[in-house]
Design a protein around this ligand. Structure first.
Ligand code: F6P
Length: 359
């Protein structure tokens, strides 16, 4: 078998399990005697001269790395190379610097570990530069289509569930309603899964319109039943009653969701008279050791990605479907954006338990 030189990069927001993917690829490649080049800071590493990359060796992954959150390669979730923000405020197409960089590295193929936003950019770069690319899905939001799950989601749900485990005793000690705001961008997967697993009374999702009257009625019925506390999970992209997004704008003009939990807490305390306290979980959901599920997924995905390269199957994303690793066209996966299914099993499960979804 001809020796190959494979590039690997992490792109978009980090999550738990990225290092486990890199470790899997490097170990599996070493058994084929292939070389793996780690590109640093996503595509940003190829915009720099000299380019930022390093050869990865199997023995550096023998110890702690797989267990660590984050990504040893670094990543970026800003600076689309097709419209790169320049210091003078203009946007410049710098994509050719990246495709030239890939060529200079003399790679047989590149493994991109990313979410749908990263895949859209990487696929465009791959087409433009004739680059052989394979994608591995990662995102705590679990919104990539054609795969049951993505690296990082399980850990984020585990963290959010543990947060509810920790909020429940303090809520019960003070007769309080605890509101937990979780990430997930425009999809409510983390909120729904953690809310069910963590025993929430109310779960608010961006996919389902709520009223405060409905949420308040649930909290009142909980109190009427003799229980002295309530747990409410709110997904970050839930809107205000008037339909506005709750976002934070940073100094560089970027916007991110955040703060809707405080709004819901305020409205709920007004409507029920209950004492409400709010926890915004934020990046705690990303930077921790991956669960065993995320390690397994990461490892199986890494192996499958190398197999695809060996078979010459490019423009593909590895995916988890029906207990197996398969591969799908990256473009199909991007197109099949996966929000919470309003008629799906978990929504049905929540309703059957009497959990209020606010509608
Ligand atoms: O897409 C992952 C995610 O963690 C979202 O859930 C969240 O809205 C966003 O990224 C936060 O982005 P940043 O890390 O740039 O603050």
């Amino acid at each position: 078998m001809a020796k190959k030189r494979i590039g690997i990069l992490t792109s978009g927001g980090d999550c738990a399990g990225l290092n486990a993917v890199i470790r899997s690829v490097v170990h599996a490649a070493s058994h084929k005697d292939w070389e793996v080049v780690g590109i640093l800071d996503g595509t940003a590493g190829l915009l720099q001269r000299p380019m930022q990359y390093r050869v990865l060796t199997a023995n550096e992954f023998d110890g702690n790395v797989m267990r660590q959150g984050g990504t040893i390669l670094g990543t970026t979730n800003k600076g689309n190379p097709f419209a790169f923000p320049m210091a003078d405020g203009t946007l410049k197409d710098r994509s050719y610097e990246i495709t030239d960089g890939f060529k200079e590295l003399n790679l047989d193929a590149v493994i991109g570990i990313g979410g749908d936003g990263s895949f859209a950019i990487l696929s465009k770069l791959a087409k433009q530069g004739g680059i052989n690319m394979v994608g591995i899905p990662k995102t705590i939001d679990n919104d990539i289509g054609m795969t049951d799950t993505a690296v990082g989601f399980d850990t984020a749900v585990a963290v959010a569930t543990e947060a509810l485990d920790r909020l429940q005793p303090t809520a019960a000690s003070h007769d309080r309603v605890m509101i937990l705001e979780v990430m997930g961008r425009d999809a409510g997967h983390i909120a729904l899964a953690a809310g069910i697993a963590g025993g929430a009374d109310v779960i608010l999702l961006p996919e389902i319109k709520y009223t405060i009257e409905n949420v308040a009625a649930k909290i009142k019925s909980v109190k009427d039943s003799g229980r002295n506390f309530g747990l409410v999970v709110v997904s970050e992209a839930v809107k205000t009653l008037e339909g506005a997004k709750y976002e934070v704008e940073f100094a560089d003009g970027q916007k991110r969701y955040g703060g809707i939990g405080n709004y819901i807490g305020m409205k709920l305390s007004q409507a029920t008279g209950s004492e409400c306290r709010v926890t915004v979980l934020g990046h705690v959901q990303r930077g921790c050791p991956p669960t065993y599920n995320d390690r397994l997924l990461a490892t199986a995905f890494g192996v499958k990605a190398l197999q695809l390269i060996e078979e010459g199957k490019f423009g593909r994303m590895v995916a988890w479907q029906n207990r197996q690793v398969v591969d799908v066209a990256i473009e199909d996966a991007i197109a099949a954006y996966q929000e919470v299914d309003r008629e799906g099993t978990l929504v049905h499960t929540a309703r059957a338990l009497g959990i209020s979804l606010g509608d």
